[in-house]
Design a protein around this ligand. Sequence first.
Ligand SMILES: Nc1ncnc2c1ncn2[C@@H]1O[C@H](COP(=O)(O)OP(=O)(O)OP(=O)(O)O)[C@@H](O)[C@H]1O
Ligand SMILES: [Mg+2]
Length: 253
Amino acid sequence: MTKVIAITGKGGTGKTAVAALLIRYLSKNDNFLLAVDADADTNLPETLGCEAVKTIGDAKEALQEEITKPKPDHPDMNKESILQSKIYEIIEEMSGYDLLVMGRPEGAGCYCYVNNLLRGIMDKLVVNYDVVVIDTEAGLEHFSRKIIRNVDNLIVVTDASRRGFRTAERIHELVDELESNISNIHVIANKVTDANRDKIEKLAGDLKLDLIGMVPLDPKVEELDIGGIPLSELPEDSAAVIEIEKIAKKLGF
Ligand SMILES: Nc1ncnc2c1ncn2[C@@H]1O[C@H](COP(=O)(O)OP(=O)(O)OP(=O)(O)O)[C@@H](O)[C@H]1O
Ligand SMILES: [Mg+2]
């Protein structure tokens, strides 16, 4: 059975860092792992230490062009097969995991048809993996797009700010409203310090959020980030790495 983990939360709280560290941990175990960058801003590849050039956006664009041409190049070809082969072409094989990048949102025109094809393709692709980790963009819009339909564990990353927690609450409400196929919602507090640890625990308790872990503010994470060095270079004994490992174990890995 595939386990799908999606990471969401307010902007700048550390979604991509958490995703990258989770991917780092899971890629060292015997998991057949797919990492998905679902942020149009595409930060995950760099944080993981790879440069993915082709995106699902490119593949969709190419198919959309083909569909809207007065004289398509391959009029007899099944559109789903064309898109599927394009998607399989852009999957980057990294050490210990595969990487798929969504890329920019679609251009003008109606992409409903292409998006429907894509959903079907993603359904088939996802089941090939033991675990899928999706880094999403800030905001809640992507929930309605639902390119990957079933999520086992939605992780909301927050910092110590009330706004971060407010976003976590709103995501909870939205998930209920949308009746989406999300089985479990957890919260990770990130950039935690000794000064705010107790307050965070209390706030999460008051809001009845499932606080699955508290990742310390780790100066080494900031140091690597500013130097453009991937988080794979973080030492094993760094505070963030250790906490993410604990969280992964709580998630059943
Ligand atoms: N535990 C941590 N300790 C120290 N710095 C951190 C930690 N987690 C993340 N950061 C830093 O915080 C900044 C934002 O992190 P990141 O890009 O992962 O956030 P994000 O939520 O993905 O942002 P966006 O909403 O733009 O996608 C980065 O500079 C990153 O290095
Ligand atoms: Mg990000």
